[in-house]
Design a protein around this ligand. Structure first.
Ligand code: G3H
Ligand code: 13P
Ligand code: ZN
Length: 323
């Protein structure tokens, strides 16, 4: 089974009301955990690589790891560049075998974002085989790779711009801002309310904006970044074993489930995998201070990532048994 692009994946996901999980990878344990989870859940999958991950693990190593995962699982997997910030980076990934790229011009003025996104889409679509392109309109709060996007800068996607943007760029999918953000600290305490059990509840995503955008772009796949839910059981394990993650809070799973039944066809998750892996490695280190073989603690981390991904595919994204 060769790598696939996201076109058919998104068409089926849109029609059947689920979303494809796009999980960030940068080492062998993470690739294995995610792909084994998808295999066991019979789920389509996107593996994505940020500029930072590509620098850390190197392009060639990542290609071989993903190739090995495909051989091992026989899954249709799309390999996607996450938050490409230049034409040159997108081109290097397209030329180097990625089947999908994101060009993130969301920090640029509108016309510059259009021009850059179109340039990447033209190049990717002329490639044989066709490479799919995701662009972004509207800034997410939080951290966008190395760029700090302050709360003051955060804004929602303006629905009035989406038709013009998609028409002029020719991109295949669009990431939008409706209240998600990157990282494990998505909301401040004061932005949240408390439910009857005293648990912090973040403000709801702007489903009104999502609906408006979907009505303007019927059948067009929408992408949500910053969609980790920051499971509190793992935050507690981190904090109980020498870590410090006070007030970490994410997007409630029910909200992502709802988005996945709408026009959202791709949901990006990275922080939850980092959290699960770190929690179980910390726990292992505290419980087994005598261990010094990386396979022992990385094995626990890998197991946690696999469990988290299985849960997401089946209960949050709805992509289990959709192969
Ligand atoms: O959206 C960003 C992803 O979580 C990747 O993060 O740039 O630290 O690899 P990274
Ligand atoms: P999280 O930080 O919420 O996992 O988002 C990841 C992401 O959007 C990668 O592009
Ligand atoms: Zn992102």
């Amino acid at each position: 089974m060769p790598l696939v692009n996201t076109k058919e994946m998104f068409e089926k996901a849109y029609k059947e009301g689920y979303a494809i999980g796009a999980f960030n990878v940068n080492n062998m344990e993470i690739v294995q955990a995610i792909t084994e989870a998808a295999k066991e859940e019979n789920s389509p999958l996107i593996l994505q690589v940020s500029a930072g991950a590509r620098k850390y693990a190197k392009h060639g190593y990542l290609m071989k790891l993903v190739e090995a995962a495909i051989e091992d699982t026989d899954l249709p997997i799309a390999l996607h560049l996450d938050h490409g910030d230049s034409f040159e980076l997108c081109k290097a990934c397209i030329d180097g075998g990625f089947t999908s790229v994101m060009i993130d011009g969301s920090a640029l003025p509108y016309e510059e974002n259009v021009a850059l996104s179109k340039k990447v889409a033209d190049y990717a679509h002329a490639h044989v085989p066709y490479v799919t392109v995701e662009a972004e309109l509207g800034k997410l709060a939080g951290i966008e790779d190395d760029v700090n996007v302050s709360d003051a800068d955060a804004n929602y996607t303006n629905p009035a711009e989406v038709e013009d943007f998609v028409k002029r760029t020719g991109v295949d999918s669009l990431a939008i801002a409706i209240g998600t953000s990157h990282g494990a600290y998505k909301f401040k305490r004061e932005q949240c309310t408390r439910n009857e059990n005293g648990v912090l509840v973040p403000p709801s995503l702007r489903f009104d904006i999502l609906e408006d955008i979907s009505n303007r772009l019927p059948g067009f796949p929408i992408v949500l970044h910053g969609s980790s839910s920051v499971p509190q059981e793992y935050v507690e394990i981190v904090n109980a074993h020498g870590g410090q993650m006070p007030d970490a809070i994410g997007i409630p799973e029910e909200e992502l489930r709802k988005a996945a039944t709408m026009s959202v066809c791709k949901i990006n998750i990275d922080s939850d995998l980092r959290l699960g892996m770190t929690a179980m490695i910390r726990k292992h280190m505290v419980e087994h201070p005598e261990h010094f073989d990386p396979r022992q603690y990385l094995g626990d981390g890998r197991k946690a990532v696999k469990e988290i991904v299985r849960h997401k595919l089946r209960n949050v994204l709805g992509s289990a048994d959709k192969l």
